[in-house]
Design a protein around this ligand. Structure first.
Ligand SMILES: Cc1ncc(COP(=O)(O)O)c(C=O)c1O
Length: 473
């Protein structure tokens, strides 16, 4: 368990009232308004009040950091570094041996790691088939990427995984696995994977973008076989959407590597023909950093700590069990991934589904415009995984590919995804279920038209100008 969870002082239930926008109403097609139900937390979460409050508080003293001598600069620098310390604690990293590098998001973190490794010809990166494109495409730039298959129910065959490691005879440089899938919520056995990776002299990255908001994280000691060498996460999925992400890993590794972005702040000294790089994290945070984003993340971590990640995990497990039980009872709903409510130890509250006979985009649009529910549909930036879960043949895929490349996404395969946050409650799930049942029985009123290039559906009379009633800039 991460050290941060040791003294919870608040309840999970208290978090709901701390979510900004929780009571926000949105217009429905019938002219009424309804409190918005947000079930797209896997994409991005709303902000906790504490994140906004701390940002506001620091704005009073905001100043450039590190190189300023002014008092405000000292305050801002201390706040930024305090956020770094909180992250180290939150993920159970070693404050002596590890470093937390701030960047934009998880995507930037995986790219930074990919650009920091001293790749050699023939290097292999072994990833799972479940990966988000952010934990796949950066490796393709430098190495051969091997996708390890995962069973639809999430079963992870560790023997087969070891066979692959063995078969590459020491060429696997990095094992990169998600901490939790953004499509099915499945949590692979990443500590077991770490042990195997280390036995075969590979490093391991766990992409915690989807895990961090839902479970305690513990990188475990450097000298244990199941130590996680690198983890990364995004603040906008952790109730602090202010543009920050983090990569955590060994100081020794980053001190030895070359900086990825070059400019101010990354050096000890520069002459006309010599550059002496600073140590990590400075070497990896070129330019003026996002101080407010880091502070927002630190504040949300503090609040999550005060509740305890284990309590959050328990609450979400209950919700996921409830939602899966209800969804399993509806004829016409197809669930993907592990659909057994009694096997929840290994998944977070992300539920992909389809309604037979209705396109995923249309389901999502009805839920939005008539149910006031925000979900996501499509392929969730995980095309290879979707192709496998949807059992799409190569021939079918070639056909869709052709259409997409010609700017037509109307037939693009996909699913609908409902994903929960720490503040989600059972009534919201009931509302989703009611609307799924209504859609199946044809009890909706809109006439939906599909946009060719995006594949999205909108009610025929939808006027985007109405959005300006809520926010203008
Ligand atoms: C598992 C996983 N990895 C990586 C990412 C990329 O995160 P970001 O868009 O914050 O870079 C996401 C985003 O959905 C994700 O779910």
């Amino acid at each position: 368990m991460s050290s941060i969870d040791t003294h919870p002082t608040q309840t999970v239930a208290s978090l709901r009232s701390r979510i900004i926008g929780i009571d926000q109403k949105v217009p429905l097609l019938d002219g009424s308004e309804q409190v918005y139900i947000y079930l797209d937390n896997a994409a991005s979460t709303p902000s906790l009040r504490s994140a906004k409050e701390k940002v506001n508080e620091l704005l009073q003293y905001y100043s450039s950091i590190h190189r300023g001598a002014g008092y405000k600069s000292l305050i801002s620098t201390q706040a930024y570094e305090r956020a770094r310390e909180l992250i180290i604690k939150f993920v159970g990293a070693d404050s002596e041996k590890d470093v937390a590098i701030f960047g934009k998001n998880t995507t930037e973190a995986t790219n930074i790691l990919a650009d920091s490794i001293d790749w050699k010809d023939g290097d292999v990166v072994l990833i799972t088939l479940m990966e988000h494109h952010s934990n796949d495409l950066p490796w393709r730039k430098h190495a051969t990427v091997e996708h390890f298959p995962v069973q639809p129910d999430g079963f992870f065959d560790l023997n087969a995984f070891e066979d692959i490691l063995k078969s590459f005879k020491g060429r696997v440089r990095l094992v990169a696995t998600t901490g939790a899938s953004n499509v099915t919520g499945i949590i692979p056995p990443f500590y077991e994977i770490a042990k195997l990776a280390h036995q075969y002299n590979a490093m391991i990255l766990v992409d915690c973008a989807q895990l961090a908001p839902h479970r305690p994280i513990d990188m475990r000691p450097h000298d244990s076989l199941d130590h996680l060498d690198f983890i990364c996460l995004s603040a906008h999925k952790m109730y602090a959407p202010f543009g920050t992400g983090v990569l955590v890993g060994s100081k020794m590794f980053f001190d030895a590597a070359q900086p990825v972005f070059r400019g101010g702040g990354v050096i000890e000294i520069v002459t006309l023909d010599e550059v002496y790089w600073a140590k990590a994290p400075d070497k990896y945070e070129a330019g003026s950093p996002n101080v407010l984003g880091a502070v927002a993340l630190g504040a949300s971590i503090r609040e999550l700590m005060a509740v305890g990640m284990q309590a959050i995990a328990d609450h979400e497990k209950e919700l996921t069990h409830y939602a899966l039980t209800r969804l399993n009872q509806i004829a016409g709903v197809r669930l993907y991934g592990s659909r057994d409510p009694n096997r929840l130890g290994d998944r977070v509250g992300v539920i992909p589904f389809a309604i037979e006979g209705i396109q995923h985009g249309k389901v999502a649009a009805i839920l939005s415009f008539e149910g006031g529910i925000g979900v996501r549909n499509g392929c969730f930036c995980a095309h290879p995984y979707l192709i496998s879960l949807l059992n799409i043949s190569q021939q079918e895929f070639a056909h869709f590919k052709q259409q997409v490349l010609q700017g037509d996404r109307r037939q693009q395969p996909g699913m609908v995804r409902a994903s929960f946050g720490c503040y989600t409650n059972q009534e919201e799930i009931d509302h989703l279920i009611t609307w799924i049942e209504r859609i199946i029985s044809g009890d909706y009123r809109g006439d939906y038209v599909q946009d060719k290039s995006s594949g999205s559906f909108f009610p025929r009379q939808f006027d985007p100008a109405t959005l300006e009633k809520f926010f203008t800039l």
